[in-house]
Design a protein around this ligand. Structure first.
Ligand SMILES: [Zn+2]
Length: 415
């Protein structure tokens, strides 16, 4: 078996697969309504896996995903990661703990039951909170003809101290709660509960600003559980709007921004690849509203408009995929603030040396099943989906989130 460095595989895959399925690009035809009533999911059995030689694995924590563990030989243990149901977009999230009675080195082989392929470069942690990329010499993916490596190998140095391994550098729902509480320390931020998920987790929105609701903005992220990098961009964006700067103060006196940072808390807590606990891709449920998460948010927005007689002028949905890309609406169609989104993207991108943003305006003129389409066609909000690369450096993500907020505030403060 020939090994090549994982970075090459990640780059090569970048052009092939996106968080969005190609079906969204069939927008010119009639509205394509996708079935979004509950589908059965496989519940992940929470357990400690005994792997022989005094080695143990566990998925007993919030955000974990690990389905099977099998020792192949003295130095190799195969772990299997399975999705919540099928068909499913191949974004195989994993997160698990390892420890051993005596210190030892071995390799783990990631496998995906023939359903997915290895996508996320592994991160590790000694406290379950602070994760960093593993050393690249400890990680290999075999070359595959179709560029979808079904397995990957990671070298582990185990001991009595627990080692966490995960697909991204934040795991579970707790970090979102910590962040929301930090933002809530500002006296211009208010927590609004709009319902509960299937497993009883709160569906929450933060209201930022002390304006009336004549002109409103809506921001969401994490419809898809593994898409942490989109969440990180959303965080930087929101933090900039909460700053104690003249621009941010003025903005908050003119506009109220509503943000739902975690659309799919059940999916995140259960370590899902893509869906919520109803087994549905939430970003295909913005016409049917069969799922509590999408239903609660759309009802909230529609009630806001009805009560205030105001309107949503801007909306953004943050996601992750192989590389940074903006999906915008058809530029021939006008919402409540024509030209706002392309202007914000272009002005913010210009500030980053040698960066030309990848902007894909929708070619269709019909409403589709995504949040972006709902925001635009139902509310006339100028809207975008910002997909952030899985491996985009965290400081670049932060910069992009901040610049987007700054340029948005600049334009809207002049209105
Ligand atoms: Zn997504």
């Amino acid at each position: 078996m020939k090994f090549i460095k994982p970075t090459f595989i990640i780059l090569a895959l970048g052009t092939l697969f996106s968080c969005k399925s190609t079906s969204q690009w069939e927008g010119q035809g009639p509205i394509q309504i996708i079935e979004t009533v509950d589908k059965p999911i496989q519940i992940q059995a929470k357990q400690v896996f005994v792997a022989g030689n005094g080695v143990f694995f566990s998925n007993e924590f919030n955000g974990a995903r690990l389905n099977q563990v099998e020792r192949i030989n003295d130095t190799l243990i195969q772990i299997t990661i399975l999705p919540e149901n099928e068909p499913i977009n191949p974004s195989p999230w994993y997160a698990f703990k390892i420890w051993s009675e005596i210190p030892q080195d071995f390799w783990i082989q990631f496998s995906y039951g023939g359903i997915g392929f290895h996508r996320y470069f592994p991160k590790s942690s000694l406290d379950g909170i602070n994760f960093t990329n593993v050393d690249s010499i400890d990680f290999f993916q075999p070359e595959s003809d179709d560029r979808r490596p079904e397995m990957a190998f990671l070298k582990i140095e185990s001991s009595k101290d627990t080692l966490w391994v995960a697909a991204q550098d934040k795991v579970g729902t707790d970090h979102v709660k910590v962040w929301k509480n930090k933002i809530l320390e500002n006296d211009f931020v208010e927590l609004i509960s709009i319902g509960k998920s299937k497993e009883g987790r709160p569906l929450e929105i933060l209201k930022i600003g002390n304006a009336d609701d004549r002109d409103m903005l809506m921001v969401i992220s994490m419809q898809h559980p593994p898409e942490l990098t989109g969440f990180l961009a959303m965080q930087a964006f929101i933090e900039k709007i909460c700053e104690d700067s003249p621009a941010a103060r003025k903005f908050r006196s003119k506009y109220n921004l509503y943000v739902m940072p975690q659309m799919n808390p059940d999916g995140v807590a259960n370590g899902h690849w893509r869906h919520n606990l109803g087994g549905i891709d939430l970003n295909r449920d913005w016409i049917n509203f069969n799922q509590s998460e999408t239903k609660a948010l759309s009802e909230f927005m529609e009630k806001k408009v009805e009560e205030s007689k105001g309107e949503f002028i801007f909306a953004a949905d943050f996601h992750s995929t192989w590389e940074d890309i903006f999906y915008t609406n058809n530029e021939e169609l006008e919402g409540n603030f024509p030209g706002l989104i392309p202007k914000v993207i272009k002005k913010s991108s210009k500030r980053i040396p040698d960066y030309i943003p990848n902007i894909r305006p929708n070619e269709g003129k019909e409403r589709s099943v995504t949040s972006n389409s709902y925001f635009f066609f139902v509310h006339r909000a100028e809207s975008m989906t910002f997909e952030v690369g899985d491996n985009t450096p965290r400081e670049v993500i932060h910069m992009k989130g901040e610049y987007l907020a700054e340029e948005l505030m600049k334009i809207l403060n002049r209105k």
